[in-house]
Design a protein around this ligand. Structure first.
Ligand code: ADP
Ligand code: MG
Length: 358
């Protein structure tokens, strides 16, 4: 297995469309790193450049410390699993797996053994004679994975491998993938736009937007210590609530007609700002049936009942706040007044201009 380093990679398509911009990322041996970002943010471009399917305009790629900028795809010893699986339609599952091994120069016996091992591992041993069109989505996905694993590459590159599966199969495969790659102790770079997938699978997440790295770190670091509002908003469902606040007299935030005291530890961080954006996650707002000390009155406008909790939409000072509440609260549907409180230790402040965390 291997270590990967991307250093200051820039790629422009047609000289002006940003694929990646000054993108740097390090993936350690045996690490499962996810590149997460919205559609069009440069995730596939990053994988394709690592694989050598696309060439960067600037920057370098190192695999195990060796600069592979000039190496052809087949010389890089990586295996790519595409979103569309890219199985050869005229070949059966056995051949789809075997063909890459033959190109690699494996003997017939070695190929047979590897196909057997990998198809047992992925529980598709009974499908070897089937062509892709005779496979379900999940089976095709496994065949594509099997093809990659059989190559025993230094690095696995997986581009949204679960996005064509239905929701329940996606969840099942997510768990299986995690177990499988743990077992293989493989170095994996996984691409997805799905934050739940990224949070649950990854050792490390690299969040990108417009081809630029926004933050890289442990999933919890991105969630609890976001560098900026983009990162804070991308992770979490429902997304973090944001409120624009005026700062009055260094002691109070004002939102609409409501004054909130500024926690002491924040006062020094505010400098000369007159406005900030407050971020509060839906799980960090507590709701009450009756007014309590330091609670605010809001209108309850919607309750969405989920399996284990309810999402409340509160209207407050002309804005909507989403709150995750216990499921029982969903029985309040006839009530429209409700009181709430922010967990003052769990709030985020963002600069209004730069959107960076203060
Ligand atoms: P993602 O995988 O995150 O959805 P991509 O890496 O596919 O994003 O694309 C990043 C940006 O580069 C997008 O704006 C996309 O339209 C553009 N792009 C990707 N490939 C090409 C190409 N071959 N020609 C022109 N533009 C491209
Ligand atoms: Mg893509």
């Amino acid at each position: 297995m291997a270590e990967i380093r991307l250093e200051n990679i820039t790629k422009l398509f047609d000289k002006h469309i940003v694929g990646l911009k000054d993108f740097t990322l390090q993936v350690k041996d045996g690490e499962f790193v996810t590149i997460l970002g919205p559609s069009g943010s440069g995730k596939s471009t990053a994988l394709r450049i690592i694989a050598g399917l696309e060439h960067q305009d600037k920057g370098s790629i190192f695999i195990d410390g060796i600069n592979v900028n000039k190496h052809l795809p087949q010389e890089r010893d990586v295996a790519f699993v595409f979103q569309s699986y890219a199985l050869y339609p005229h070949m059966d599952v056995y051949e789809n797996i075997a063909v890459g091994l033959r190109i690699k120069g494996c003997s017939k016996g070695e190929i047979q053994k590897r196909v057997q091992d990998v198809t047992e591992l992925l529980e598709i041993g009974g499908l070897l004679k089937r062509k892709p069109k005779a496979l379900s989505g999940g089976q095709r996905q496994r065949a594509a994975l099997a093809r990659a694993i059989a190559k025993r590459p230094k690095v696995f590159l997986l581009d949204e491998p679960l996005s064509n599966l239905d929701a329940s199969l996606r969840e099942k495969m997510r768990t299986e993938l995690k177990i499988l790659f743990n077992k293989l102790k493989a170095t994996v770079i996984y691409v997805t736009h799905d934050q739940t997938e990224a949070m649950s699978l990854s050792d490390k997440i690299a969040l990108i937007n417009n081809g630029m790295l926004k933050q890289v770190g442990l999933p919890d670091d991105l969630y609890y210590k976001p560098n900026d509002l983009f990162v804070a908003s991308f992770l979490g469902s429902p997304r973090i609530n944001t409120l624009e606040l005026d700062i009055i007299g260094r002691k109070n935030f004002v939102c609409g007609k409501v004054c909130l005291s500024i926690p002491l530890n924040w006062v020094s961080k505010l400098n000369n700002r007159s406005k900030v954006i407050l971020g509060v996650r839906p799980e960090h707002i507590k709701v009450y049936l009756e007014p309590q000390e330091n609670t605010h009155l809001a209108q309850l406008i919607l309750i969405e009942k989920m399996d284990k909790y309810a999402i409340l939409s509160l209207s407050w000072q002309g804005q909507i706040l989403k709150v995750i509440a216990e499921k029982d609260f969903a029985t309040w549907h006839k009530r429209d007044s409700i009181w709430f409180q922010f967990d003052m230790n769990k709030l985020y402040l963002f600069d209004k201009e730069t959107l960076n965390t203060i």
